[in-house]
Every structure is written in structure tokens, then in C-alpha cells.
Design a binder for this molecule. Sequence first.
Ligand SMILES: NC(=O)c1ccc[n+]([C@@H]2O[C@H](COP(=O)([O-])OP(=O)(O)OC[C@H]3O[C@@H](n4cnc5c(N)ncnc54)[C@H](OP(=O)(O)O)[C@@H]3O)[C@@H](O)[C@H]2O)c1
Length: 225
Amino acid sequence: MSTALVIGASRGLGLEFVRQYLGDGWKVYATHRSEPDRIRLRDLGAQTLDLDVLDPQRMAAFAWQLDGERLDAVILNAGVYGPRNSTLHQPPATEDFDLVMRTNALAPMRLLPVLAPLVGPARGTLAFISSRMGSISATGTSHGMLYRISKAAENMVAKLAHVELSSLGVRVLALHPGWVRTDMGGPNAEIDVAASIFGMRRVIADATAYPGGGFYDYRGQSLAW
Ligand SMILES: NC(=O)c1ccc[n+]([C@@H]2O[C@H](COP(=O)([O-])OP(=O)(O)OC[C@H]3O[C@@H](n4cnc5c(N)ncnc54)[C@H](OP(=O)(O)O)[C@@H]3O)[C@@H](O)[C@H]2O)c1
């Protein structure tokens, strides 16, 4: 049986990753921050783990609970958008900068040493749920500046993880889910969660077509960094 870990599984894209992997018969570890979310994930059939990625103590307890596990797919999904009005002309407040950068960039950096020994033995895939808004090449506006900067930083974390871990057989991907109808994406977004997750799971499953070190969208299109 294959095993997945979804970090940030309480709602939106993370919850749908859990549903679809469970539906395919995988064992799924799913992280949450609240008791109602733990119960919902447990009732779906997931193995639940408490994790706030901003809390080093909870990260240590989380790592201990996974000790010795072999993970075929790890989905680094937890993320925040921050202030919607952040542009070059309206720079973010320090507390917004701290929240967004710590969640989207620092937390993945802190999780890597925990996750590498779990995904290495399975020669598995580490998928960063990034965003096209983190593509420097594709940038045409400063709207959502703070989020863009955090996702560009997350992309660099993914690239560095690829450089360090590919020799161990770990495949590292940066993925753009599309613009998806979730709390973050909003009701006017282009696609639903099922289509996004179906597409990203297809990319994650096909190591030949989508080699490590790449940045792909949910349809498998290669994106410029
Ligand atoms: N939706 C889109 O259109 C879109 C587009 C591009 C990229 N993305 C990326 O896709 C990922 C998921 O987005 P989404 O649309 O599903 O967002 P969402 O509906 O806002 O869900 C965000 C998830 O991240 C978790 N999270 C946030 N801060 C956390 C923390 N400190 N510790 C642990 N978990 C935390 C949330 O948990 P709680 O419920 O506990 O808050 C929730 O499970 C994000 O990384 C986002 O940047 C989304």
C-alpha cells in the first residue's frame, strides 16, 4: 500500500488530496490544527497528526510520530495569502510579512530535514504546492506582492531541495494548482478542487513525464521559474 502525507489537510486543496488518495486505497497521514478538523479527517479514514507549521514544538512532536515511516508522496500544501491589497505602492505591515513568509517559505525549510528521511527510503515525491504567482518570469503586476514574493521564495526552497535530495532518489516538484475555488481562491476562481487535485496527482504519479526539479501546473504544463 502506498502512503501519502498531506500537510495542511483541513480544507481546500489539502482536504481534496486526502479524499482522492484515500479513494485510491492509499494510507494517508493528514495534518490539522483544530479538533473539529481532526475528527472530520479521522472519519474520512486518514491518520491524523496535529501540526501548526509555525510552531517548532508541534513540529518536533509531529516528526516523532512519523519516525520510521516510508512516504511515497508528501504534499507541502499549508499556505496563506496575506493582505489582498499588497502592491508595490502599498507595502505590507511587518506582521503580515512575518505571517506569510514564515508560513510559505520558512516552514517548508524547517520541514525539509524532517521529511527527507521519510521520503528517501521510499524514493518518493516531495510536492510543494506553490503558485504561478511565484513565477518571476510570468509576473505582470505587483498585485498580491507579498504572496508572490513568498511563493518565489518557496520555489527556491523546492529547487534547493531538488539539488540536495535528487541523489537520494527523492523527486521534488513545485506545482501550480490552477486558480481554484477554495477559501483562498474564492468563488469566482476558474476550476474546482476535484479537477485541480486530479491533475496534480497525475503529475505526481508520473515520474517519467514530470522529472524532479520541475515547476508544473495541474495540467502538466511546464512553467517558467
Ligand atoms: N486556491 C488557489 O487558487 C491556489 C492557487 C495557487 C496556489 N495555491 C496554494 O495551494 C495551497 C492550498 O491553498 P487553498 O486554496 O486550499 O487554501 P485554503 O483553502 O486557504 O487552505 C489553506 C490550508 O493551509 C493550512 N494552513 C495555513 N496556515 C497553516 C499553519 N500555520 N499550519 C498548518 N496549516 C496551515 C490551513 O489550515 P487551517 O484550516 O487550520 O487554517 C488550510 O488547510 C496554498 O499553499 C496556496 O498558496 C492555491
